[in-house]
Design a protein around this ligand. Structure first.
Ligand code: ZN
Ligand code: ZN
Ligand code: ZN
Length: 167
């Protein structure tokens, strides 16, 4: 039996929700973050972020490139890689190591230490704020004398919808 999700911890990624509101908020926070950093939101960077924000799913660089090419931004892979790298460097998107893919950051308004939950059945991806997880990892590493500078925490499993679906 699954534990009932705590509403304070629940992520919209796993429930029916108004995704337009998600998209609009993340885009708005991203613009604000970039302005504070003095970065420039060019049309291709903005479009790349919008494409990533369309769903709670990570996308490979080639999938992003196909979309950009179809919209006339150019077909050369560097077009997509440069835009994705820019978004990751500025904290507007995350690179998922396990999937070799990218996802828009849903909380670019604050600096944060996320953990990612990836559904292996439907590819839904949730980003959770997880400072305690990062702190625990840093503490464990410190016991060996290792100073953690960056950690990506990615868990694979089943989302509530897929866990509840008949096999
Ligand atoms: Zn959403
Ligand atoms: Zn994030
Ligand atoms: Zn799922």
């Amino acid at each position: 039996m699954n534990a009932r999700p705590d509403p304070d911890q629940a992520t919209p990624a796993f429930a029916a929700h108004d995704h337009r509101a998600c998209e609009a908020r993340a885009l708005d926070e991203a613009e604000g973050r970039l302005a504070r950093q003095g970065g420039r939101m060019t049309p291709v960077r903005r479009r790349t972020l919008e494409i990533l924000l369309e769903s709670h799913r990570a996308m490979g660089a080639y999938e992003v490139l196909d979309r950009l090419a179809a919209e006339g931004f150019g077909r050369q892979p560097p077009v997509a890689y440069r835009a994705l790298d820019f978004l990751v460097e500025h904290g507007l998107a995350h690179r998922l190591q396990r999937l070799n893919a990218f996802a828009a950051c849903l909380h670019p308004g604050q600096d944060h230490a996320p953990a990612f939950l990836i559904c292996r059945a439907c590819d839904t991806l949730a980003e959770l704020p997880a400072p305690p997880v990062h702190a625990a990892l840093s503490d464990l590493a410190a016991e060996t004398g290792f100073a953690v500078e960056r950690a990506t925490i990615e868990a694979v499993g089943l989302c509530p919808a897929c866990a509840g679906a008949p096999a």
